[in-house]
Design a protein around this ligand. Structure first.
Ligand SMILES: *[C@@H]1O[C@H](CO)[C@@H](O)[C@H](O)[C@H]1NC(C)=O
Ligand SMILES: *[C@@H]1O[C@H](CO)[C@@H](O)[C@H](O)[C@H]1NC(C)=O
Ligand SMILES: *[C@@H]1O[C@H](CO)[C@@H](O)[C@H](O)[C@H]1NC(C)=O
Ligand SMILES: *[C@@H]1O[C@H](CO)[C@@H](O)[C@H](O)[C@H]1NC(C)=O
Ligand SMILES: *[C@@H]1O[C@H](CO)[C@@H](O)[C@H](O)[C@H]1NC(C)=O
Ligand SMILES: *[C@@H]1O[C@H](CO)[C@@H](O)[C@H](O)[C@H]1NC(C)=O
Ligand SMILES: *[C@@H]1O[C@H](CO)[C@@H](O)[C@H](O)[C@H]1NC(C)=O
Ligand SMILES: *[C@@H]1O[C@H](CO)[C@@H](O)[C@H](O)[C@H]1NC(C)=O
Length: 602
């Protein structure tokens, strides 16, 4: 009896101890054999408090999913961790903890998309802190999401030496972006840009100054204090250095607010707070920024390598909450309109050796006001030049794209340029070389109808700028032959060698005899192609003589001509905005020749 009684007491004690243990650890286990499939109605695994959940989130407008952890009680379901940002999972992918203790995310075909490093686990749990853990037999965590952060740190999370937090590419693209936060071995917490895809770090643009002190103490851990919602660094000697202001928790008490620290896709590290509950069923407040660094990212990134804040060929201005606003330099467009931090491109490019063409006919030097150019390195520094001299030095230098004139020093830069900055009151004189606007007009119809009006020099320039590839030359040839075909059918009907009015150009017709003279009896051959042979010629034109290239087409058979028409009609539908100058043609019985302006670069 006594024994039995004691036994009961013992059991009760044991149960209450167990209860206490469970209540204290406060999580539920996911056990062997558990799995979750990526689909719109897939369940998720909540933390006991319900604040966080673990599972699949679908990417906006895509049938792809991220294995992730999110704030589950707020309308926006803000992601705080994701496993496969670089490699989103298709619908039907599964995350599972197999009977033999493997935890992995696999695609519908069974291929592994992501797997944490430990090989064998016996349980998994989603904790109330937002930490997802994998445990083994002896109840210790063998892996936790807190040790493998994505772009966000949560209260109670610790960042150790050599660990990093990486920004995503854009708000909705979770591929690793160009910015990261690291605790580096010298003890500094730094933000730096990285080279993609290798990930090697460029110069830091923010640092905590917790490096080697004289006594050898260094920054050892970055801690997100859970009760006061601020970041600090513990040094190896136990000393504490606040990273953020220490009073965030007073303004946004953790009892009322959720907190997170995120390296945003624009490269700024921000702390945010969000009310835990709605007011009268309405969520008026969303995440508000409680702290951020650096203060001015446009000016903070000055390294000479990499694209700076906004990517290459951009300039940057700063907005609220340290948000960079990226703009393209004159003459450039965003490389990716969905990602304005990815730099800008232009579709024309500068050429040297423009044979007698005058730079001032081709380019304007735009002056940019209220500017400063960080990263002052150029390929040439010229001393004692006025702004005007600097401007024209760049204009006449075919390598120069941009010149910065400060206090008599003229720094010339080539493409691509980085770290441009617009700043109220910035006093640098900055000149950018841009193709004259009427030369870079993108409207195909106006380009076409203006062909005849253009002066020779500007015309060859556009051609020279754009004649990058032999593919383009072929396009021109086909276009030219199309013209000939049209002319032939027209001439056949009217017996008049006149241009059809639809070709609003000023083409000339030549006789075969004339071209014989022009080419000195087809003496100098420039090349042969599948459609004909090209000869060099000298054409007397308004008092002077210009170099021309004359292409004598091989005899086109009936069949070939048909094929040709089909191809030509396809190409004719593709409006190319620039045409090389076709001066004229000859169409006499078997002699079919085209006369082009001569391009020295072939
Ligand atoms: C757990 O530990 C027991 C005893 O040490 C062992 O027999 C068992 O194989 C372990 N299970 C796993 C999944 O490691
Ligand atoms: C989770 O599972 C492990 C291994 O079976 C066990 O040691 C641990 O106590 C469990 N935790 C809870 C809260 O059930
Ligand atoms: C960090 O990485 C460096 C270089 O790989 C290594 O030498 C150092 O021991 C690491 N430090 C820690 C604390 O892991
Ligand atoms: C996300 O960004 C990466 C890197 O810039 C790019 O390769 C990828 O196509 C983007 N994904 C989407 C869906 O736009
Ligand atoms: C958070 O900060 C407060 C005040 O500095 C401190 O008393 C507390 O121990 C810290 N908590 C943790 C988990 O470090
Ligand atoms: C850091 O923040 C904590 C928490 O608010 C505060 O008690 C402490 O005085 C701060 N330390 C410094 C050096 O400002
Ligand atoms: C949800 O997020 C979007 C953009 O991220 C924001 O515009 C909106 O205000 C947020 N709504 C709530 C209720 O938090
Ligand atoms: C660049 O942008 C301008 C203005 O938005 C547009 O007219 C032009 O076509 C664009 N050029 C390219 C190559 O996208």
């Amino acid at each position: 009896m006594n024994f039995s009684f004691l036994h009961h007491i013992g059991l009760i004690a044991l149960f209450s101890m167990l209860y206490v243990a469970v209540a204290q650890t406060n999580y539920r286990n996911i056990s062997l054999g558990w799995s979750l499939t990526a689909s719109d109605d897939s369940a998720s695994w909540p933390a006991p408090s319900g604040d966080f959940a673990f599972g699949f989130r679908r990417l906006e407008n895509q049938n792809l999913y991220l294995l992730s952890i999110w704030y589950d009680k707020i309308p926006n379901k803000t992601l705080v961790w994701y496993a496969n940002g670089d490699n989103p999972a298709p619908q039907g992918s599964r995350v599972e903890l197999t009977m033999d203790g493997l935890f992995s995310l696999t695609d519908p075909g069974g291929g592994v998309i992501w797997r944490p490093s430990p090989v064998s686990v016996v349980y998994a749990a989603m904790l109330d802190t937002g930490n997802f853990i994998l445990g083994n037999n002896d109840s210790s965590n063998v892996w936790q999401s807190f040790d493998d952060p994505a772009d966000t740190l949560l209260p109670a999370q610790i960042l150790r030496v050599n660990r990093s937090v990486s920004a995503r590419t854009t708000e909705t693209n979770f591929t690793r972006g160009r910015f990261e936060l690291r605790l580096i071995p010298d003890g500094n917490l730094v933000l730096n840009t990285i080279a993609l895809p290798t990930g090697n770090a460029y110069e830091a643009y923010y640092w905590s100054n917790t490096v080697d002190a004289p006594d050898g103490t260094t920054g050892n851990q970055l801690i997100f204090n859970a009760s006061r919602a601020y970041l600090y660094i513990i040094k190896t000697n136990g000393e504490i250095v606040n990273v953020t202001s220490g009073n965030i928790g007073q303004r946004f008490p953790t009892r009322d607010y959720y907190h997170r620290a995120t390296v945003d896709y624009d490269g700024v590290l921000r702390l945010y707070a969000h009310p835990r509950t709605s007011r009268n069923g309405r969520w008026d407040e969303t995440w508000s920024t409680t702290w951020y660094a650096p203060n001015d990212i446009c000016s903070a990134i000055t390294g000479e390598r990499g694209g700076g804040t906004c990517g290459f060929n951009t300039y940057c201005s700063i907005e609220n909450d340290g948000r960079p606003n990226c703009h393209c330099l004159p003459g450039f467009n965003f490389s990716d309109p969905n990602n304005k931090l990815n730099g800008c491109e232009q579709d024309t490019f500068q050429k040297c050796n423009l044979e007698g063409l005058r730079a001032e006919d081709l380019y304007d030097m735009n002056q940019l006001n209220n500017w400063q150019w960080y990263n002052s390195a150029g390929y040439e520094d010229l001393q004692s030049l006025s702004d005007d001299q600097c401007r024209s030095s760049c204009l006449y230098d075919c390598h120069c794209f941009l010149a910065v004139s400060i206090g008599g020093t003229c720094t010339k830069k080539k493409l691509p340029v980085s770290n441009g900055r617009r700043l109220e009151g910035g006093s640098d004189s900055i000149f950018v070389k841009v193709l004259k606007s009427d030369l870079s007009s993108g409207d195909p119809s106006s380009t076409r109808s203006n062909l005849g009006k253009r002066n020779q020099a500007t015309f060859s320039l556009v051609a020279a700028l754009l004649l990058g590839s032999s593919g383009f030359l072929n396009l021109l040839l086909v276009a030219a032959i199309l013209i000939v075909i049209v002319l032939r059918s027209y001439a056949g009907r009217t017996k008049l060698r006149k241009l059809p009015s639809l070709l609003d150009t000023n083409l000339r017709t030549f006789t075969y005899e004339e071209l014989k003279v022009t080419t000195d009896k087809f003496k100098e051959e420039l090349g042969r192609g599948s459609f004909g042979t090209v000869y060099k010629g000298m054409l007397p034109l308004s008092g002077s003589r210009i170099l021309v290239a004359i292409k004598e087409l091989y005899k086109i058979s009936q069949e070939g001509e048909k094929e040709f028409k089909t191809e030509a009609s396809v190409i004719a539908k593709i409006h190319h905005k620039n045409l090389v100058r076709l001066i004229g043609f000859c169409d006499e019985e078997s002699h079919k020749l085209l006369e082009f302006e001569y391009m020295s670069n072939g």
